[in-house]
Write a protein that binds this ligand. Structure first.
Ligand code: 13P
Ligand code: SF4
Length: 346
């Protein structure tokens, strides 16, 4: 381990400004300590085009490296230490099925705006761009859903059903508790459901994806804490189920959760419903002032695939490593969809 850390420091020094190491908040402490920039999905996307480095290493999961490859300035190269680190939620939306679904939804002349969570493949973002839609992250989902509602007759939100419902709720869009197959959608395309009426003539159509890591947080665990520790604060990521979000004291992106923990009063207890690497790091950071605890222990194994060892290995062989690339016919509409988000939320 020490050898790998020394290797990373040596190569970072030798490459200087020509190398930038980015890391998501869910990376392990030892990886995070070696990053130049860390952030949530939105912050990391925003930084790409302003980086001078030719070589950018993305410590996160594959869709994040793909987003960087889409937003890069020409000539930059994006790498990921373990190419098998994917996001199970992103894998729940296949580009061909998304395209077919949009074709069917639009076949009666209705303008259905697709809004994809950034946790989706480049190919899905490309389809969304071609259908005039955009991307959102957990930090700007409310702003982007409002934007999407203003653009079309209906909105197709994908792939996260929980983020869709939580965002609709935050915007005051009434939930109608029934699952309805939208007209024209045949079984076998995808089991979509219409959950919310945006307005009398508008629907929010929701893709049935979810994050298995955030599904671990339950209403029952919140009720137990409320009973035993009534003064404790509870905050969660909006990938949690709506009943969990509704019972919490606040919800938001990983950056929101970090801010909440750091601003919580001295002596308080804060339970956080998100990936354990981040919660454990906050618990350590604030241990002399307050108590930070996980709502449940839930680990993203894919985020955990980046290690000091494979990071060192990548850096040692960076000039022979094939960078993450996105085919031009996908990259162009996907870039358009991502840049639209960055513009709407500038
Ligand atoms: P953030 O956008 O809040 O960083 O979350 C990304 C993610 O993958 C959460 O599971
Ligand atoms: Fe995907 Fe969930 Fe892991 Fe985030 S925590 S990368 S949404 S599986």
């Amino acid at each position: 381990m020490e050898k790998s850390v020394d290797t990373i420091h040596r190569i970072k020094e030798a490459m200087g400004d020509n190398l930038a190491i980015l890391g998501h908040h869910y990376q392990s402490d030892d990886v995070v300590a070696l990053t130049d920039i860390r952030g949530d999905s939105l912050e990391l996307s925003r930084r790409i085009s302003s980086l001078d480095a030719e070589h950018i290493v993305f410590c996160g999961v594959y869709f994040m490296a793909e987003s960087a490859a889409i937003l890069q300035r020409s000539g930059q190269k994006i790498y990921i230490p373990d190419i098998t680190a994917t996001c199970p939620m992103a894998d729940m939306a296949d580009a061909k099925r998304v395209e077919k679904t949009l074709e069917i939804l639009q076949s009666n002349g209705r303008k259905v705006i697709p809004l994809t969570y950034v946790n989706s493949s480049a190919a899905v973002k490309g389809v969304v761009g071609r259908f005039d839609g955009s991307v959102c992250t957990s930090a700007n989902a409310e702003r982007m859903l409002k934007w999407a509602c203003e653009q079309g007759d209906s909105v197709l939100f994908l792939p996260d059903k929980h983020l869709a419902r939580n965002t609709a709720h935050a915007l005051g869009i009434p939930l109608e508790k029934q699952l309805v197959q939208p007209e024209g959608i045949k079984e076998g395309v995808v089991d979509l459901f219409v959950d919310s009426k945006v307005a009398d003539d508008k629907e929010l159509i929701i893709w049935p994806g979810y994050c298995p890591i955030h599904e671990e947080f339950t209403l029952k665990s919140i009720q137990t804490i409320r009973l035993n520790e009534p003064d404790a604060h509870i905050v969660v990521h909006p990938e949690c189920a709506p009943e969990v979000v509704a019972a919490s004291d606040g919800h938001g992106s990983t950056t929101f959760l970090i801010k909440y923990a750091s601003e919580a009063p001295s002596g308080s207890t804060v339970y956080i419903g998100t990936e354990e690497n981040l919660v454990n790091r906050l618990a350590q950071q604030f241990k002399s002032e307050k108590t930070i605890k996980p709502l449940a222990v839930s680990r993203c194994d894919d985020m955990g695939k980046t290690t000091i060892h494979n990071l060192a290995n990548l850096l040692e062989n960076i000039h022979e490593t094939v960078p993450v690339t996105v085919a031009e016919e996908i990259r162009e509409p996907a870039k358009w969809a991502l840049e639209r988000m960055l513009k709407v939320c500038a």
